[in-house]
Structure formats: C-alpha cells, structure tokens
Design a binder for this molecule. Structure first.
Ligand code: HAM
Length: 420
C-alpha cells in the first residue's frame, strides 16, 4: 500500500475545513491593512534562497533540491519571503513602492518530523516593502496579534528582540565569541561548530549546558548603536500605547540570516515544543542583496499546522446543515434538479445532496439518514399533482408543504427549525 511521504500529510474532512477557516480569517484581517494576495511558484532557482544565510540550517541541511530535465538546479521553497523579493525585483515593482503582499501556501523543509513540525507545511505570511518607521513595525505586530485573536487564540505570548544593523550584529558576534571562547569546554558540540560558522545561532541553542553559559553572556540589545536602540525603544513605546503586551527575549535570533532590527515570535503554550505559531522581523538588506535597491522591509509568517493544532481542541466549526433532495418519480426529477439549482443560488449555511440511490421513499430516507442530513425535500406523486414539495426536519420529524416556487419560505422553514 502506498503511504504519504514522511513529514507530509493529507488534509481532508474537518482539517481541511479548519485550514480554510484559518486561511480566510488571515486574509480578511490583513486586507484591512491594505495587503493584497500574491502567489509565487513553489519551486525557484536555488540562488533565490542564498540570502537566507550560508550559516543557516535551512540552506545547509533542509532544502529540497531538484534538477530538472534541463539540468537546472531548483529547490522547493523553504519559505515565502525570498520568492516574493525575487518577484518584486523581476517584475520591476521597485518603482511602485510601497507594496504590501500576503500569501498562503505550502513550504518544504527537510526537518525531523514531530508534532507541529513537518517536511511539507503551510504558511500564511505578509511582506511590507518600504516600511520605514517604527509605526510599520508596530502595525505588523498588531496585525499579527489581531489574526490570532480573530482565530480565537488570545493566550499567546509576543516575544521581541532587536538584532540591529549588520555591522552591529558583527560587533556583537565577535563580543559573544570572545565570551564563549573563554568557556569553550562547556559548550555543546553543535555550538562549538557554530562558534566559527554562525555564532549568533548559539543563542538559540536548546542544550542545557549552552543555556547555562548564555545566562551571563552579553545581550545584543545592550550593544546596539544609538539609532537602533532609539528605533527599538520607539517600537516598545508604541506597543505600550496600544496595550499589546510583550516580553523581551534577548536570546531570540531566528533561523534565517536576513533579519536586521526587530525580530519577533508569537508563541503558544499549547502545542508542545514547536510552539512558535507566527514569527518574523525586519529585513532591510535582503532586497539589495538579491539584486534590487535598498528597501526597508518587514514581514511575518504563521504556521498553519500549528494554528490548527491549537484550534482543533477549541472550536467546533459550525458545520453546514445538510439537506437531502428526494425525487420519487422520473417525472419529478427535472423539478428537483431545478429546485436544487435555485437553492444553491439562494441559500447559505446549507449543503444540498441530491439523493440518487434507492427507488422508494424509505430507501431514499435511509440514505439521507446515512449522510446525516438535517432536512429532506421530498417530491412524490401527491406533491407532483399539487405542484408542491414536502419539507421535513429529519431530527424532529416536523414537516410542512410548500408551493414548489416558494424558495423563500422553504429556507425560512430550515432557518426556523434550526433553533428547535
Ligand atoms: P520561520 O520562523 O522559518 O520564518 O517560519 C515561520 C513559521 O512557520 C514558524 O513560526 C512556524 O509556525 C512555521 N513553520 C516553520 N517550519 C515549520 C515546519 N517544519 N513545520 C510546521 N510549521 C513550520 C519564515 O519562514 C519567514 N519567511 C517569516 C518572515 C516573513 N519573516 C519576514 N517575513
């Protein structure tokens, strides 16, 4: 028997409904902030992702590479930011800034699968190009918080840090290296390796020995220049004014190397170790590094699977009410089909099922019960003669007859019976 590839999932039934709810809610919130949807291909030339960082795990270990028949070296996108920057440059949109984009789609990373971590997963994200003042950082954070609240998640924690400019990061990295070099013997093997490749990533280590050592390490926010410090303080001030609670996390560095300035994560206590629901930050150099001009930008992405993990325990999605359409004679079929057509156009909150199986009322009703229909519309010889239709509430047994054209009252009967 064929199996889905490790780290991938088929999404169907209530999961698919939940995904749709999450997707629609995300887009509805960011639309109000002027973000419009874009769709980029799921594979790109490998070079597109070089800006993610030569020292990052995503580039070094996690990309799904493929060679096409033409010998082109392509990769399945591990994230959405670099492809959107590529799009911005290749479509000459740099002349039309500011731009605000939103996106939804699958991403691919060769990671060790666990709860909340897959090899194919989905992200909803936004990118704001030419975001130049602390107000844009705060609007992005507020919008992210609003998405979570709109989904029904209000027990999240917003963690913040500022990484400063590339120069400030380099200065801090050498300061950190000096400190850690004095304690090399206490570092984990992974961190020891990172000391020469990407020392900032050591801050993110989950190893107890590293964590212990980092408790007395210098903090990046304490070593920013005046301008970066001032900018970060402005963000914090605005957040306080907006009443959006946050926690400073001086050890947050994120897994991608393109960040400068603000970085942030919205975490939940409910999804195990992979608890970052939504994360992002500012990336003021990426557009220039990928061949564009210098454009200040900020964005985030939310992990849909992780949001779904939190939400599946909490919300019973309001399933659509099911209506079974039952025609009992060959002559009544055209009327039933036409009724179904009109009802699909007129009704909301219902799904209509044309019952094909069974050749008498009791067999058709059995079928309707099997699909858990809430209502049946029945057209038999008697109704055919009178040009009516019988509407039956299958839960209560309550029924009423309506003229066939009386769509309005048929729907009123469904709506009314819902409250019974
Ligand atoms: P990221 O932190 O790598 O950032 O991913 C964002 C979110 O995607 C994570 O917080 C998590 O919820 C979800 N995610 C990441 N990897 C997996 C996985 N293997 N399985 C399930 N969910 C996962 C980015 O991707 C940046 N592009 C975000 C950004 C946009 N920064 C600026 N603009």
């Amino acid at each position: 028997m064929y199996q889905a590839v490790r780290g991938t999932k088929d999404i169907y039934g209530s999961q698919a409904e939940l995904f749709r709810f999450i997707r629609n809610t995300c887009f509805a919130v960011v639309e109000k902030y002027g973000f419009s949807e874009v769709m980029t291909p799921i594979f790109e030339f490998v070079e597109v992702f070089q800006g993610l960082g030569q020292g990052s795990d995503i580039v070094n270990k996690e990309m799904y590479g493929l060679k096409d028949r033409n010998g082109e070296h392509l990769v399945l996108r591990p994230e959405g930011t670099a492809p959107i920057v590529r799009m911005l440059i290749s479509h000459k949109m740099l002349h039309e800034l500011p731009k605000k984009f939103s996106y939804f789609g699958p991403m691919f990373r060769y990671e060790r699968p666990q709860k909340g971590r897959q090899r194919q997963f989905h992200q909803f994200g936004v990118e704001h190009f030419m975001a130049t003042t602390p107000a844009s950082d705060v609007l992005i954070l507020n919008m992210a918080a609003q998405i979570l609240t709109a989904l029904g998640i209000d027990d999240f924690t917003l963690e913040l840090n500022s990484l400063g400019t590339v120069e400030e990061q380099a200065n801090y990295a050498s300061m950190l290296c000096t400190y850690l070099n004095h304690h090399k013997d206490k570092l984990s093997a992974d961190s020891l390796r990172r000391l020469s490749t990407n020392p900032l990533r050591i801050l993110d280590s989950k190893e107890e020995c590293d964590k212990e050592l980092l408790r007395s390490a210098p903090h990046i926010v304490d070593n920013l220049g005046a301008q970066s410090k001032n900018y970060f303080n402005q963000i914090l001030k605005h957040l306080q004014a907006l009443d959006l609670p946050y926690k400073l996390n001086p050890r947050m560095v994120r897994g991608l190397d393109y960040y400068t300035g603000l970085v942030f994560e919205f975490t939940s206590n409910h999804v195990g170790s992979q608890n970052t629901l939504l994360a992002g930050g500012r990336y003021n150099n990426l557009v220039a590094n990928m061949g564009g001009t210098s454009v200040e930008a900020i964005g985030f992405a939310a992990g849909i699977e992780r949001l779904a993990l939190v939400l599946e325990e909490r919300i019973a999605l309001r399933g659509l009410k099911k209506v079974a359409i039952i025609s009992l004679l060959p002559e009544t079929e055209p009327t039933c089909l036409s009724l179904m057509h009109k009802l699909t156009q007129a009704s909301e909150g219902f799904e209509l099922h044309y019952i094909e199986e069974g050749n008498n009322l009791s067999k058709k009703l059995k079928r309707a019960n099997k699909i858990l229909a809430d209502f049946a519309l029945i057209l038999g010889p008697e109704e055919h003669r009178k040009q009516t239709i019988m509407v039956k509430n299958l839960t209560t047994g309550h029924q009423a007859e309506f003229p066939q054209a009386d769509i309005k009252n048929i729907m009123a009967f469904w709506a009314q019976s819902q409250g019974e």
